[in-house]
Design a protein around this ligand. Structure first.
Ligand SMILES: Cc1cc2nc3c(=O)[nH]c(=O)nc-3n(C[C@H](O)[C@H](O)[C@H](O)COP(=O)(O)OP(=O)(O)OC[C@H]3O[C@@H](n4cnc5c(N)ncnc54)[C@H](O)[C@@H]3O)c2cc1C
Length: 388
């Protein structure tokens, strides 16, 4: 049984069902096209690797625009598309339909209320759309409930503390002039006068539709201004106040920096954001959720065939897949975003961004999506490691 039909859970359900397993995929959402909280930008390589169909692609983008600190504006464009912005609701729907076509049973509108280990497997309590209750006894249970970790719970060891970013995003219907201005690149607004301890963005969706959002790391050490006010300010400064806001959504991204938290408790395994596969640097996790499913699927199929020992290698395999740059990017994220709240921090960021001017758009993608800090002249490394 897989609880959570986000990118991680629905992809795993497809892989397991395709491998001949009897799979039940549960989500509390009755309609997976609703509550589409994610901005869902990703690089072209991920679109190709996961064979994502046209139906889930809202827009393709060709470059990066970094605005700030202050009124600075830098633009890097490429001839070929560098990535896509997905329709997150359509993506979830397509993934779930693909899993069902492979033989997985879908239970949409069902919420997992609890579980306990049994001699051979788990006992799971579900509540249905009309309040009806049902008890299941799967051999293996997967927590794919995203950052909520509804079954695994938050890690208890202080070294595995979760760093959280909260994001709010609006969908804007814009005129053709605004669409031309913002429609071909991912734009980020950086600096403490734009969004203290975070960043803002404008992404293209379907023609005439933009995503305007902000994300900020939560800082337990100090009060932070309400996000709503910051988003309104962003809308004003970007001259997007004439646009019609027709959807508002948001959510949390929560991950540990080192990714050393337990990935398994008896018959329960964690997947996707539930085991910190969301990267904090760009608040990005869809392709990493797929990676976790690709790592777990063969091990679970092995366990269903009687080799449960193989599951022990799951966290190690996942760490190997993410590589040494992963925790570095997490440390860089925490340091950069939490520290971004003073003119001094803005000046440091300005120096970092100035160093990027010699890059081309593809280099910037390699830096931000593959965490290739060394390409950028190793200058970011000591900063990330806390030596400067
Ligand atoms: C504002 C915002 C912007 C983002 N932008 C990007 C981006 O541009 N690019 C990118 O790659 N990533 C982005 N992300 C992150 C990305 O969306 C996640 O990393 C990704 O969705 C994780 O997939 P998942 O399957 O692990 O979890 P989720 O997508 O969170 O799926 C979890 C599922 O579990 C279900 N569930 C939860 N609890 C229960 C329960 N008790 N019973 C039954 N079902 C339950 C939920 O309904 C949900 O469908 C963003 C996130 C946020 C919040």
């Amino acid at each position: 049984m897989i609880v959570g039909a986000g990118p991680a859970g629905a992809d795993l359900a497809w892989r397991l069902a395709s491998g001949g397993a009897d799979v039940v995929l549960v989500d509390r959402l009755a309609d997976l096209t609703r509550a589409a909280f994610s901005s869902a930008a990703l690089p072209m390589a991920a679109v190709r690797e996961h064979h994502l169909p046209e139906a889930v692609i809202a827009a393709r983008w060709h470059g990066w625009q970094l605005m700030g600190p202050g009124s600075q504006r830098r633009l890097w464009m490429a001839d070929e598309p560098l990535g896509a912005v997905l329709d997150f609701g359509a993506l979830r729907q397509w993934l779930a339909q693909r899993a069902a076509a492979a033989g997985a049973r879908l239970r949409l509108g069902w919420c997992c209320e609890g579980w306990e280990p049994m001699a051979a497997g788990a006992r799971v309590w579900l509540r249905g759309p009309d309040g009806q209750r049902s008890v299941w006894q799967p051999r293996w249970l997967v927590d794919a409930t995203g950052q909520q970790r509804a079954l695994l719970g938050d890690p208890v060891h202080p070294a595995d503390r979760l760093v959280a970013g909260v994001g709010v995003e609006w969908l804007l219907q814009v005129d053709s002039q605004s669409w031309r201005r913002w429609g071909d690149q991912l734009s980020f607004m950086l600096g403490s006068d734009w969004v203290p301890q975070g960043y803002g963005w404008v992404f293209p969706m379907q023609p005439g539709v933009l995503k305007l959002g902000i994300c900020r790391l939560q800082d337990p050490a100090r009060p932070q201004p309400p996000l709503q006010g910051l988003l309104l300010q962003l809308q004003r400064r970007l001259e997007l106040t004439e646009a019609t806001v027709f959807d508002r959504h948001g959510g949390l991204v929560r991950s540990s920096i080192r990714r050393r938290e337990p990935h398994q408790r008896g018959p329960l395994l964690g997947l996707g954001d539930a085991v910190s596969t969301a990267n904090l640097l760009g608040g990005e996790g869809i392709r990493h959720a797929f990676s976790s499913s690709a790592a777990l699927a063969p091990l679970l199929l092995g366990a269903l065939a009687g080799d449960a020992e193989g599951l022990r290698s799951y966290p190690r395999r996942l760490r190997r897949r993410f590589g040494w740059r992963w925790s570095l990017s997490g440390r860089l994220a925490e340091r950069t975003w939490l520290g971004l709240r003073s003119p001094e921090a803005d000046r440091r960021l300005e120096r970092l961004l100035g160093g990027l001017e010699a890059c081309n758009a593809e280099d910037l993608s390699a830096l931000l999506f593959n965490y290739r800090f060394e390409r950028y002249g190793l200058r970011a490394l000591p900063y990330a490691l806390g030596w400067r």
